[in-house]
Design a protein around this ligand. Sequence first.
Ligand code: FES
Length: 68
Amino acid sequence: MYVCLCHGVTDRDIREAVENGVNSMRQLGKELGVGRQCGRCACTAREILRETKTSDYLAMANMLAQPA
Ligand code: FES
Protein backbone atom coordinates (compact mmCIF):
# COMPACT_ATOMS: atom_id res chain seq x y z
CA MET A 1 0.00 0.00 0.00
CA TYR A 2 1.08 3.56 -0.57
CA VAL A 3 2.11 5.28 2.63
CA CYS A 4 3.55 8.51 1.24
CA LEU A 5 1.61 9.83 -1.72
CA CYS A 6 3.83 12.88 -2.13
CA HIS A 7 6.85 10.67 -2.89
CA GLY A 8 5.17 7.44 -4.04
CA VAL A 9 6.56 5.38 -1.16
CA THR A 10 4.96 2.07 -0.19
CA ASP A 11 5.09 0.08 3.04
CA ARG A 12 7.33 -2.38 1.20
CA ASP A 13 9.79 0.43 0.36
CA ILE A 14 9.92 1.36 4.05
CA ARG A 15 10.46 -2.25 5.16
CA GLU A 16 13.24 -2.67 2.59
CA ALA A 17 14.91 0.53 3.78
CA VAL A 18 14.82 -0.71 7.39
CA GLU A 19 16.29 -4.05 6.31
CA ASN A 20 19.06 -2.10 4.58
CA GLY A 21 19.95 -0.18 7.75
CA VAL A 22 17.54 2.73 8.02
CA ASN A 23 16.87 3.13 11.72
CA SER A 24 14.94 6.38 12.27
CA MET A 25 12.35 8.68 10.74
CA ARG A 26 15.11 11.17 9.97
CA GLN A 27 17.00 8.56 7.93
CA LEU A 28 13.76 7.45 6.28
CA GLY A 29 13.13 11.04 5.25
CA LYS A 30 16.60 11.37 3.78
CA GLU A 31 16.44 8.04 1.95
CA LEU A 32 12.86 8.05 0.65
CA GLY A 33 11.50 11.54 1.27
CA VAL A 34 8.87 10.22 3.69
CA GLY A 35 7.36 13.02 5.80
CA ARG A 36 9.32 15.73 3.99
CA GLN A 37 6.46 17.41 2.15
CA CYS A 38 2.96 17.50 3.65
CA GLY A 39 3.81 15.19 6.57
CA ARG A 40 0.53 13.23 6.48
CA CYS A 41 2.42 9.96 6.14
CA ALA A 42 4.60 10.41 9.22
CA CYS A 43 2.46 8.52 11.75
CA THR A 44 1.93 5.51 9.48
CA ALA A 45 5.58 5.49 8.38
CA ARG A 46 6.73 5.65 12.01
CA GLU A 47 4.49 2.70 12.90
CA ILE A 48 5.83 0.60 9.99
CA LEU A 49 9.39 1.55 10.95
CA ARG A 50 8.80 0.51 14.58
CA GLU A 51 7.02 -2.71 13.57
CA THR A 52 9.77 -3.71 11.13
CA LYS A 53 12.55 -2.94 13.59
CA THR A 54 10.79 -5.04 16.25
CA SER A 55 10.24 -8.00 13.92
CA ASP A 56 13.89 -7.82 12.75
CA TYR A 57 15.03 -7.74 16.37
CA LEU A 58 12.86 -10.74 17.29
CA ALA A 59 14.07 -12.71 14.25
CA MET A 60 17.69 -12.02 15.20
CA ALA A 61 17.05 -12.89 18.86
CA ASN A 62 15.43 -16.20 17.81
CA MET A 63 18.34 -16.96 15.49
CA LEU A 64 20.88 -16.30 18.24
CA ALA A 65 18.90 -18.44 20.69
CA GLN A 66 19.17 -21.48 18.42
CA PRO A 67 21.89 -24.01 19.35
CA ALA A 68 24.74 -24.11 16.83
S1 FES B 1 2.30 11.95 2.09
FE1 FES B 1 4.37 11.81 2.71
S2 FES B 1 5.09 13.83 2.72
FE2 FES B 1 3.05 13.98 1.95
